[in-house]
Design a protein around this ligand. Structure first.
Ligand code: CP
Length: 306
């Protein structure tokens, strides 16, 4: 049973809570693999997705996860809602609460927006990505994919390379993976890695080869062009050549090491196309894990009320 009303980040979830979400997520994934998509777990519940930023994977998979478990689902994007008329986040939340929503899944460009919403509504709030802060369901689906492949996260070495400064995925993975006993290495150009990341538990490396050396998993992160201020790196071509993950970098990792990426991928920038489409890539597997883990989150949050 989750001890929290909301899922706002992996910083505040305990190892036991994370482990429970992954265990339920593994069961959900088995059902999905058998093409079972009519489950009763959320019957009579309402889920609203409230997205102030673009999304393909996260929004769509929360919607499918809720629908596969029998919930009523409403999708709101800020660009077509009363937010455009000046309605505040808190007032939008109160409106959704008055409509008897059980869960609000929110993505927002401001770090902390889901926490603010959670304080002011009765509905369970799930953070679907807030600014540069956290993206807990993404990290949980990454962890589920790793657990499926390795059986356990304890003792794994995960190398994360890319735009760590702007990445909520990097932070959620760092918190979640280290709580479950994995080592997280990070590497990026100096301009794309925050100085405090070492204090947060990451092993900061001096080269991509050092980061990948003996790793079980190598995860590329998207260069977030929409959040860049000028001068973080000379050009995408140079980023790919000097900082991207390619076959030579992967040769430093354990034989058969997994290639992962949360998506969307800038093909040929963070990872080569050959690696994205290769045998050790788990990028498509991550997408299916995404529905499973979001089913687990929605179910575990609402089950205490059944
Ligand atoms: N990984 C991820 O959050 O993808 P979307 O932006 O498509 O949701």
């Amino acid at each position: 049973m989750l001890k929290h009303k909301d899922v706002l980040g992996l910083y505040e979830l305990s190892a036991e809570e994370i482990d429970e979400i992954l265990t339920v997520g593994m069961s959900m994934k088995k059902l999905l693999k058998q093409n079972i998509k009519r489950l009763p777990h959320l019957q009579g519940k309402s889920v609203t997705t409230l997205f102030y930023e673009n999304s393909t994977r996260t929004r769509c998979s929360f919607e499918l996860a809720a629908k596969y478990m029998g919930a009523h689902v409403v999708n709101i994007s800020a660009s077509s809602s009363s937010v455009q008329k000046g309605e505040t986040l808190v007032d939008t939340g109160k409106t959704l609460d008055a409509m008897k929503n059980d869960v609000i899944v929110i993505r927002h460009p401001m770090g902390g927006a889901p926490a603010l919403l959670a304080k002011t509504v009765q509905a369970h709030v799930v953070n679907a990505g807030d600014g540069m802060n956290e993206h807990p369901s993404q990290a949980l689906l990454d962890m589920l994919t790793m657990r499926e492949n390795f059986g356990s996260l304890q003792g794994l070495t995960v190398a994360i390379l890319g735009d760590i400064r702007h990445s909520r995925v990097a932070k959620s993975n760092l918190f979640g993976l280290t709580k479950l006993g994995a080592t997280v290495r990070m590497y990026a150009p100096r301009t794309l890695i925050p100085s405090e990341i070492g204090r947060m538990g990451a092993v900061v490396c001096r080269s991509r080869e050092e980061a990948a050396e003996g790793a079980d998993v190598v995860m590329g992160l998207r260069i977030q062009l929409e959040r860049q201020h000028a001068g973080n790196f000379p050009s995408l071509g140079e980023y790919a050549k000097f900082y991207g993950v390619n076959e030579e970098v992967m040769r430093c990792a354990k034989p058969g090491a997994l290639v992962m990426h949360p998506g969307p991928v800038n093909r040929g920038v963070e990872l080569t196309s050959t690696l994205i489409d290769g045998e050790t890539s788990r990028i498509e597997e991550q997408v299916l894990s995404g529905i499973a883990v979001r089913m687990a989150i929605l179910f575990l949050l609402t089950k205490q009320e059944i």
